[in-house]
Design a protein around this ligand. Sequence first.
Ligand SMILES: NC(=O)c1ccc[n+]([C@@H]2O[C@H](COP(=O)([O-])OP(=O)(O)OC[C@H]3O[C@@H](n4cnc5c(N)ncnc54)[C@H](OP(=O)(O)O)[C@@H]3O)[C@@H](O)[C@H]2O)c1
Length: 269
Amino acid sequence: MSAEGDAPRFTMLGGVNQVGPDGLAQCYAYPEAHAVDPRSCWVRGNMIASIDGGATSGGKSGDLGGVGDHALFAVLRGLADVIVVGASTARVENYSGVRLSATQRQERQHRGQAEVPPIAVLTRSGCLEADATLFHRTEVPPLILTSADAVSDTRARLGALADVLDASGSCTDSVDLRVALDLLAEKGLLRVLTEGGPGVLGMFTEQNLLDEMCLTVAPALVGGNSVRIVTGPAEVHTEMQLSHVLTDDEGCLYLRYGRRNPARCGEAL
Ligand SMILES: NC(=O)c1ccc[n+]([C@@H]2O[C@H](COP(=O)([O-])OP(=O)(O)OC[C@H]3O[C@@H](n4cnc5c(N)ncnc54)[C@H](OP(=O)(O)O)[C@@H]3O)[C@@H](O)[C@H]2O)c1
């Protein structure tokens, strides 16, 4: 092959196509039912990072995102069967239930989904306050996926407010993500959206359970000690494949990557 043939090819991304709200939902549609193993979940991560890779500004992710990111955040929630989040993020970001527009509800009905997806919180300890907005500012009760060691106490405190499930595997003091995903699949919650945080995404990444990753790059530098969007003790190398890049008037980039070698669900994006 010629030297030119071997050379990497670069493409200048140009703003040729405008993507409206309907188009946004189409850009992020989960794989067709036939592409998803009906017994297992399709797991999508959605995170925001600054240009220098910070996952937070002032301790939260909220200040990084502008109107475009908020719009995408809402679209992704509208497409999911369940939103999985770490207990720390639920506490820090003061999570409450998912709010959807009338149009999103109609579209969900059309796709055979429940009107509103629940939030599922991963927690070893089960330490969530009973008066948290997670339990009270919501149309549907959240799921609490906790450890065998914590499940009885958590169910006693929160069982009237949430569906508390033992998602432990062989280690009784933590949640096994595969067990957690199987529990969600049993409930028909196959289109999973995880909003992190970095610790939880680290678990998904380490176990090769992320089918795709959506990343907003915010046009900001944060410096300091802001964590990355994925943290954890184990380093892995999972090849991902770019599906699309969008941008908006604020200069955010919206990247969608699928796993290059689909390991569980049989088909790439
Ligand atoms: N940039 C972004 O897009 C983005 C998104 C989300 C969050 N954030 C930021 O990230 C920070 C929080 O992230 P984080 O990494 O500290 O926490 P996290 O991933 O949200 O949650 C960690 C918590 O998950 C639970 N957990 C972890 N491993 C577990 C296991 N094996 N089994 C059961 N439960 C387990 C534990 O809860 P218990 O302590 O209850 O046992 C742990 O404290 C916040 O500052 C938030 O603002 C940024």
